[in-house]
Structures are given as structure tokens and as C-alpha cells.
Ligand binder design. Structure first.
Ligand code: FO1
Length: 334
């Protein structure tokens, strides 16, 4: 069995960690292969180093090295390098990079500098974190540099700033006019991305940001068509609990693209390929949406622990199994 997930940073990583926890009960030899396609639109070059926040959050979370309180960066981190950079007067200082995290960016930048594609670099980093032993392949959505920028108005002047500056420095509080994703139209899916969608038994959309995480992956030419064409049931998990994102600024991102912060509206962004949709019990998504939209399952969606995330992932797989059986597909139970 092959499971493919599209993922952003913290929400995606916690969901996939829960999925792996759930699958760890599977008999040896029957363990599903999991391919994670990570968003690279958040990537940024800082101090001459290429930083890939979503890929790193996935690596650290799945590898057991993440700072769990933050959800990103390394556990037991020190900050000597950034302090020295500050003393030197280097900028920017609004993005906190720890020493162990710096090592990832130095190594990645060294390999990229030698001409290695990001997918191969990511595979090398995944080896460090033991992803292969867990049956996981982590793929960047593309090897081509893609960067999300946000057009903001400040003092009556419009300008584009990097997504990280908007998200981290301004906490998404600067009024955004629109997102501009440099390099996306010309990007090609990284090796294995389209195959992972086409040959999957189940495709999962974790509760990642639908605009600046999943939305960016869907914008890589060919990805959306592959999702429309796959024989696998596509099951998503709403990123909204109690009508709000659990963390991050998905509500602001949705407003910026003119979409309501509701599970129904988010499902609408995936309407052309979404087969099943998990929403929170109190979600106001109308039952009438069942007839026209994806199959709906209500269950608590707060990923308060690895076990809670595992149960959500199990529900997503159960729904996929029902949908696969209904459409005459094969057995998808792990
Ligand atoms: N998020 C913050 O809110 N503040 C930070 O200083 C910060 C630093 C950082 C460093 C490395 C990394 O991989 C992630 C980091 N993040 C930080 C999280 C991250 O930038 C965003 O949450 C995501 O890009 C949005 O998905």
C-alpha cells in the first residue's frame, strides 16, 4: 500500500507523525510506504544559506528532533551563531535560527552549491533523520526555486515582501493585497512527485494552510492534474477547529484570496479532486454539502498529542478505504 501526503510545515508534520504512529502497529512487511510532498514556497535565502522551513519541520518532526513547543526548529537548541551575527550587525534578525538548525542550512547550501538538486539534498537530510527506516520518502514539491511573496501596502506604498517577513516579522498583521509566487508557473515537479500521486492507494491532505502550503503545491504545474487523474481516493483534513485555524494565520491567508474561513470554503478550493473531508464535530459545514461535495466525516481534529493525531490519520484512512471500496478500488486498509 502506498500513501501520499501533501504537507506544509507544523500542521502537516504533526499529522504525518500521527500517521506513522498509527501505521507502526502494522505487521512487518505490510507496512505502507508513505511519500510526503513538501511545500517549498516558504523557502528563503538568509546569510547566504538556503533555508527550507517546511521541509526542515517535516524532517525534524518525523525524525524526533523538533522543538515540540514551537513546532519548528530543533529541540535543545543554542543560539550562539545568530548572536554573533547580530554583534556583527548582520540582518535580518527577525528570523530565529538555532545553531543545530544552522548546520542543516550550511550543509544544504553546500550541496546545492555543488549542483545537487534539492530533492537529492532532501534525501540526504532524510537519511540523517532516519525517515527511510520509517518507510517515508520526503520529496520537495519541485527542485526549482519557488518563493512566495506578499504584496502589502505600507504608508500608502505597495511593495512585495518575502512570505517569511510577512508571517514571522509582521505576524501576518500587515494588510496583504495578494500573494505572488515567484517561479511557480515555470516550476516542474521534483522527480517522483507526480508518480507518487498517480500510483498512490490513498492521497491525504493534512490540515496544512490551504493557501500558502497546500495551495502552493497545487500550483506546481502537473500536480493538480495528477490529483484529478489519480485512481486513489483523496481525503483531506480541515485545518479549522471551532471555525479558526489552530495555529498560524490561515484565516488571514484565506481572506487575502477572497475565500471564507470555513471548512466548506476550504473544501471548495479542492473541489475538483477531493473525495473525502474530515471536519470538526462543531464545524458549521452544512450536511447538505454531502450530496454535492466530498464525503463528510465529523470527528475531533485537535492534534493535541501524537496519539490524537494518529487517531485523526486513522479516520482519514478509514474514510479512504470506504471511498475506495465504493468506487470499486482495491483494499486500502493498512
Ligand atoms: N517561525 C516564527 O514564528 N519565528 C521564527 O523566528 C521562525 C524561525 C524559523 C527557523 C527555521 C525554520 O525552519 C522555521 C522557522 N519558523 C519561525 C517557522 C516558519 O518560518 C513558519 O512557521 C512557516 O514557514 C510557515 O509554514
Amino acid at each position: 500500500m502506498r500513501i501520499t501526503a501533501l504537507a506544509g510545515g507544523v500542521g502537516g508534520a504533526r499529522f504525518v507523525r500521527g500517521l506513522l504512529h498509527h501505521l507502526s502497529g502494522t505487521r512487518p512487511g505490510e507496512r505502507p510506504e508513505v511519500t510526503v510532498i513538501g511545500n517549498t514556497g516558504d523557502d528563503i535565502t538568509l546569510f547566504g544559506l538556503r533555508v527550507c522551513p517546511d521541509l526542515d519541520t517535516l524532517l525534524y518532526t518525523l525524525g524526533g528532533g523538533v522543538h515540540d513547543g514551537q513546532g519548528w526548529g530543533r529541540a535543545d537548541e543554542s543560539h550562539l551563531v545568530i548572536a554573533e551575527l547580530a554583534a556583527l550587525g548582520a540582518t535580518p534578525m527577525w528570523f530565529s535560527l538555532g545553531d543545530k538548525d544552522f548546520a542543516t542550512h550550511i550543509y544544504r547550501s553546500q550541496l546545492l552549491g555543488h549542483g545537487m538538486p534539492l530533492s537529492a539534498v532532501t534525501a540526504r537530510l532524510a537519511g540523517r533523520w532516519g525517515l527511510g527506516e520509517q518507510g517515508v520518502t520526503l520529496l520537495p514539491m519541485t527542485d526549482t526555486p519557488v518563493e512566495t511573496h506578499v504584496v502589502v501596502t505600507e504608508d500608502g506604498q505597495q511593495r512585495a515582501i518575502h512570505f517569511q517577513e510577512w508571517w514571522v516579522r509582521h505576524q501576518a498583521a500587515l494588510e496583504a493585497e495578494r500573494f505572488v509566487v515567484a517561479g511557480l508557473d515555470a516550476a516542474t515537479p521534483a522527480p517522483g512527485v507526480l508518480e507518487a500521486i498517480r500510483s498512490a492507494d490513498v492521497v491525504l491532505l493534512p490540515p496544512s494552510n490551504p493557501v500558502v502550503s497546500i495551495g502552493i503545491i497545487l500550483g506546481v504545474p502537473g500536480v493538480r492534474d495528477a490529483l484529478r487523474g489519480t485512481r486513489a481516493p483523496v481525503v483531506g483534513v480541515s485545518p479549522l477547529v471551532g471555525g479558526r485555524p489552530v495555529r498560524g494565520h490561515a484565516d488571514v491567508c484565506l481572506r487575502t484570496i477572497g475565500v471564507d474561513t470555513t471548512s466548506e470554503a476550504v473544501a471548495g478550493l479542492y473541489a475538483d479532486f477531493l473525495d473525502g473531508w474530515l471536519v470538526d464535530p462543531e464545524d458549521p459545514m452544512p450536511e447538505t454539502a454531502r450530496s454535492s461535495g466530498p464525503a463528510l466525516v465529523r470527528r475531533p481534529l485537535l492534534m493535541s498529542s501524537v496519539e490524537a493525531a494518529a487517531e485523526i490519520a486513522a479516520s482519514a484512512l478509514e474514510l479512504a478505504q470506504r471511498l475506495g471500496t465504493a468506487s470499486g478500488g482495491g483494499e486500502v486498509r493498512p
